[in-house]
Design a protein around this ligand. Structure first.
Ligand SMILES: [Zn+2]
Length: 141
């Protein structure tokens, strides 16, 4: 038995139990290689360092040559990392701009420098805006 875990959906399965012609996770269908639980590690880094890695990885993953399956795997990894600290700044530029739209209640537009294409992030509908800080909570000028 070779216990592995899907890198995208985290389903655990026996690699040797898969039929020989199956090269995808039976739960989510990704063809990304599974990981071995014994390779799990704990690392120490600053959230800003992790955020830089997430923003750059997301930027590369957004390039046309990057396979959609790999993009979905990266998104799943970032989502698992973010879930460990949901109160922290989002780990991708797109998630941060989406958060900015929600906080400000305004549309946020991103013009992609390489293609000139525009992505618009709109605030969620029917959601209350976050509370406005009181004078005591505001940062000094
Ligand atoms: Zn999976």
């Amino acid at each position: 038995m070779t216990a592995v875990r899907c890198i995208r959906c985290a389903s655990a399965f026996d690699l040797e139990a898969l039929p020989e012609d199956v090269h995808a996770c039976s739960s989510c269908g990704t063809t990304s290689l599974p990981v071995r639980p014994e390779d799990d590690v704990t690392v120490v880094l600053n959230w800003q360092e992790l955020r830089i890695l997430g923003v750059w990885a997301s930027n590369w993953a957004g390039q046309p040559l990057f396979p959609e399956d790999s993009r979905a795997t990266l998104d799943a990894i970032l989502k698992r990392l973010q879930a460990q600290h949901p109160d922290r700044t989002p780990l991708s530029l797109a998630a941060e701009l989406k958060h900015l739209a929600a906080v400000t209640g305004s549309e946020v537009k991103l013009v992609h420098p390489s293609s000139g294409a525009t992505t618009t992030f709109t605030p969620p509908k029917n959601k209350a805006l976050p509370p406005t800080p009181t004078a005591e909570e505001e940062e000094p000028p």
